[in-house]
Design a protein around this ligand. Sequence first.
Ligand code: PLP
Length: 395
Amino acid sequence: MKAIEMTKPRGRQFFANPGPTNIPDSVLRAMDRPSIDFNDPDFQEVYADSFEGVKRVLRTSHHLFMYNASGHGAWEASLTNLLSPGETILVLETGFFSDQWAEMGEGHGLTVRTLPADRRMGIDLEALRAMLAADTAREIKAICAVHNETATGLMLPIDRIRGLIDATGHQALFLVDTISSLGSLDFRMDEWQVDCVVGGSQKGLMLPTGMSFTGVSDKGMEAHARAGLKRHYFDWSMMLKRPQKSFIGTLPVNLFYGLRESIRLLEDEGLDNVVARHTRLAEATRRAVKVWSGNNGPQLYCLNPTRYSDSVTAILMPEGHDAEALRKIARGRFNVSLGGGLGPLNGKVFRIGHLGDLNEPMLLGALAAVEMALRIGGVPHGRGGVDAAMEFLEG
Ligand code: PLP
């Protein structure tokens, strides 16, 4: 029989990348409109609805500042608006993204301490308690936690960390990166007394990349009044003088039409239901990976079941097998886009993003493509991962 010629894959691409994520059709339609003056009363209504909507998703009644920037911009805003040169921050090690946030802090002249962690297990909460208790001089001015480490599929228990900070009586600001958790995992800014939340548009909010934001507590605003790091474009005080109380410069008007729609979708489903859907799809993914891990196959990178991420699963390839080659097969043969390994995990890990606008068949399609790619690529694995996922989802 004549071999099938490889052609450009047809059909819709199954996008199982942890960010950006799938954009719902209704969000695309909402953004597909002519430009509008951002001072136009019609736009002001869309802006106000979206602004309040983001606060509801953050579960806060406090302050919100938004930026024309990807998540890095909101990271920079969080540090430069809250801290002064030479001050100490404590970064809880999770992986690639905690490293990057720490590096940014150093770049801004902060003294960065890190609570080290086994990256496959996550930080030891007892070690954090001891570190905070030992800081009797209260040198640590801010604690930075990445809620969901997108590079490894590991989640931090933000509520427990809050409780632990309180138990030691430490007064440090609590900064949380929710870039790959907001709108996907349970997050409660006010209840967990988070002083600064960093979020972005392109993951759980199901929008294109390009807009990010920070939620800020009253304690955060007090710290801002004293903070001496240099800033201009991201300066919250400058923003408060603008009619929109956010953004320096032109507002991304079309994104706001999309944001209003994505918030409508999230609230229509119900935030608790959104979280439950993510938990369910994540568990189905893990069931598949656990089957594949048989026969010395690929395995879950995260080894701590209490810290499994419900928005992204990182999968470690067996020794001697290249994750990039597997991704290439999935993309080239089946038009399925998987996430790659970041930093030192490049080539060792691939990632399945299961956050945002996703349902069972979309996930199963991605899992089936992975299982086929494992066979085609000659990667040892246990067979029947997709069956295990289906069995779980049938229940
Ligand atoms: N923090 C986390 C947890 C992320 O996943 C990312 C990006 O994926 C970032 C920060 C950086 O955000 P951006 O790439 O939008 O600048």
